[in-house]
Design a protein around this ligand. Sequence first.
Ligand SMILES: Nc1nc2c(ncn2[C@@H]2O[C@H](COP(=O)(O)OP(=O)(O)O)[C@@H](O)[C@H]2O)c(=O)[nH]1
Ligand SMILES: [Mg+2]
Length: 376
Amino acid sequence: MSTMTGSEVSLSHSNMSETAKPSHANPQVKGDKSHGGEFGYVGIDAILEQMRRKAMKQGFELNLMVVGQSGLGKSTLMNTLFKSKVSRKSVKPDPEERIPKTIDIKSISHDIEEKGVRMKLTVIDTPGFGDQINNENCWLPIMKFINDQYEAYLQEEINIDRKKRIPDSRVHCCIYFIPPTGHCLRPLDVEFMRRLSKVVNIVPVIAKADTLTLEERDFFKQTIREELRANGIDVYPQKEFDEDAEDRLINDKIREAIPFAVVGSDQEYQVNGKRILGRKTKWGTIEVENIAHCEFAYLRDLLIRTHMQNIKDITSNIHYETYRVRRLNESNGHFSIQPSDHAAVPPKADGQHEEQPAVLQANGVPPQLEVLSHEL
Ligand SMILES: Nc1nc2c(ncn2[C@@H]2O[C@H](COP(=O)(O)OP(=O)(O)O)[C@@H](O)[C@H]2O)c(=O)[nH]1
Ligand SMILES: [Mg+2]
């Protein structure tokens, strides 16, 4: 399994083939340095340009889910994230129907374009999470929604006549909004993240962080990190999926900084001649993209600028794969195939697979994946 991405691939300049004929090996690629006359140049690095062009043509897709109590600023933050109205403002519930029977999960897609790069962003809003008096099992409809998307993908994938590009509605990342209480996580937060972190990438954030003082914020962040650790909750970026020392270095910094204390706003203001997104108060304007004010920029960079491909790769290679193997094992329960030694999915470090069927419990690994995928 590789989570290497096009943008992360770094090919050192080729000196592999001393005998390669250089004369015709200088593809005239836009933006490429001239290698004319350079002996031994094969042009392998031009693959990057090929990948770039292919990716540009296809565009990018990201499916983000936001979860948290109403009023925590989920819609506002999504609007902030993409500086456009990508998500609807929450609607005040009608007093007659204050307790909805089910959580109504809504997806809203937007096509965004920046510097010629197209991106389809889908925000999946889960209004009403944790709003009821009894919040037991309120994670269930969300878990079901996530699994339903995996199922839809699986059904497309196992079709004999499958589409070249399977429509991807899988949830790539779930942003979980923690209320800014300054105390500790609530049992509901722990329960949700403990269960959901096994099926989806979770990025916890402290909502409305402007309500906390700097000391309160640091203390709360530290408390949350300790509680996540104590409860064996592995949020994104998961340590076990770091691929090398460089990954580990970058991701350790992120792990030390989570949960990001964010402030959202879709209002623009003029500050020192610059237009900024902010929240104007009696005592000043909070600039949401200013890292001296809040950590929104860290969240945006993680989701879009530095880790988007990795978030999608982990969804596909780990979370979806785990689901796929479980489903295929279930429907092929009568097969008695010996577990193979080489796993397609690395085992979960915490070994917590209490809700998985026995075949996964043994080693947390899909033993029959290869054989079954051929059967299909
Ligand atoms: N103080 C503060 N208020 C916020 C923040 N983000 C949103 N709000 C306000 O909180 C209210 C609810 O926001 P909304 O985005 O609709 O919350 P949702 O129900 O979670 O989608 C609105 O009045 C927002 O203007 C924030 O970061 N700080
Ligand atoms: Mg909302």
